[in-house]
Design a protein around this ligand. Structure first.
Ligand code: PLP
Length: 395
């Protein structure tokens, strides 16, 4: 069965929905029991979909967790109040003082900050590695290396990693492999078939899809599920059933939304590719994106998020480009129905294992569900502003 078909029915078990189409919102902290035997049964099965106490979740959560676990291809999914919480809790569930972490150099900026600030203070050392390192990862492994963390494609610069090779080498050294799989969403890759142990989603992005909820998921395989689940529980992680309801609702249209995001983004990317001002695209479906061959092998589709690098430009001309857009809004995050634009500066300062040439400006786009001709007209006008500003600076 194709994933677009699966998302229509996953999690809609009658024991959670009572027969209505979407799993409803069950708001609860306390669950009451008639007998000691009932209470003992709930305690014993609290991790297997029995109502026990609000922090363990209720039917709204169970339905959504079952759907994500199945789509990602793992055995269980833990929910978190943000994608960042899913990342920090996954790492904290498997690392302790004295351990060593291998973190991809193109990681989402707050993930980097977590390593440099919080984890370093807990006595967990991080080594950053080149996303394109491939088999070279082996040289970076130490006796105390416990986790290899991947993000593919990387944030902003979009390098695609050789996930199966990295996972294989990590497992030869008993290292847990975690992947920030947000860009693929739960439907455009098969992380567990590539050897990943824990697959993380910022559900805030495409799963929710409407820019109105923060949520994270971490899905584990059989070997790592209990440790992830129980340690996240100890760290007090829980999510509002109202938010989970919205995420669950968003999931139903994920397939068709992603297909349209992809189609619009490919049109915009092709148009950008023909512009004389553009140096190259950082779009996984184009050859100029490092790791493009792994995109072709490991992903079933792309989506609306990509970057492009300009041949020249400075802060002023890039500002002229990104300000005063008609349809593209300026803002962080992505994955909603709307188009977003970001001029990203200082990338070189966020890379320590690799070099980034910041003399060529980078612009990141999230292509939304607007009519793509309107979006291209918007970008066309942006290039006019950009070129006018460049001419002024040259004078
Ligand atoms: C947005 C994002 C996150 C963090 O998700 P939040 O819900 O904003 O905390 C993590 N990883 C990637 C790749 C993201 O784009």
């Amino acid at each position: 069965m194709k994933k677009e078909t699966q998302i229509i029915s996953l999690g809609r078990d009658k024991k959670w929905t009572q027969g209505v189409i979407n799993p409803p919102v069950y708001r609860a902290s306390t669950m009451v029991f008639d007998t000691m035997e009932d209470l003992r049964f709930a305690a014993k099965n609290k991790a297997n979909g029995e109502m026990f106490y609000g922090r363990r979740g209720g039917p709204t959560h169970f339905a959504f967790q079952a759907a994500i676990a199945e789509l990602e291809g793992g055995v269980g999914t833990a929910l978190y109040p943000s994608g960042s919480a899913a990342i920090s809790n996954s790492l904290l569930s498997f690392l302790k003082a004295g351990d060593h972490l291998l973190m991809v150099d193109s990681a989402y900026e707050p993930t980097r900050d977590l390593c440099n600030k919080l984890l370093a203070g807990y006595g967990i050392e991080t080594t950053y590695y080149d996303p394109m390192v491939g088999e070279g990862i082996e040289e970076l492994i130490r006796p105390n290396t416990k986790v290899l963390f991947l993000e593919s494609p990387g944030s902003i610069t979009m390098e695609i990693q050789d996930v199966p090779t990295l996972s294989r080498i990590a497992h030869e050294h008993d290292i847990v492999v975690m992947l920030d799989n947000t860009w693929a969403s739960p439907i455009n890759s098969r992380p567990f078939e590539m050897g990943v142990d824990i697959s993380i989603q910022a559900a805030t992005k495409y799963i929710v899809g409407h820019s109105d909820v923060m949520m994270g998921t971490a899905t584990a395989n059989e070997k790592h599920w209990e440790q992830l689940r129980e340690n996240s529980y100890l760290l007090g992680q829980c999510t509002s059933p109202d938010d989970v309801y919205l995420a669950s609702r968003g999931l139903r249209t994920l397939g068709i939304r992603l297909a349209q995001h992809e189609q619009n983004a490919l049109k915009v990317a092709n148009w950008l590719n023909s512009r004389p001002e553009v140096d190259h695209l950082r779009h996984p479906a184009f050859e100029t994106c490092p790791g493009h061959e792994f995109f072709k092998r490991d992903f079933s589709a792309s989506n609306g998020l990509f970057s492009f690098v300009l041949k020249q430009g400075n802060q002023k001309s890039v500002t002229a480009f990104v300000e005063n857009m008609q349809h593209f809004k300026m803002g962080f995050s992505w994955g909603g129905f709307e188009s977003l634009i970001l001029g990203v500066f200082g990338i070189d300062k966020l890379r320590t294992a690799t070099k980034w040439d910041s003399s060529k400006p980078l612009i990141r786009l999230h292509i939304g569900l607007e009519n793509v001709d309107d979006l291209i007209a918007d970008l066309d006008a942006a290039f006019d502003r950009f070129n006018a500003e460049l001419k002024l600076t040259a004078k």
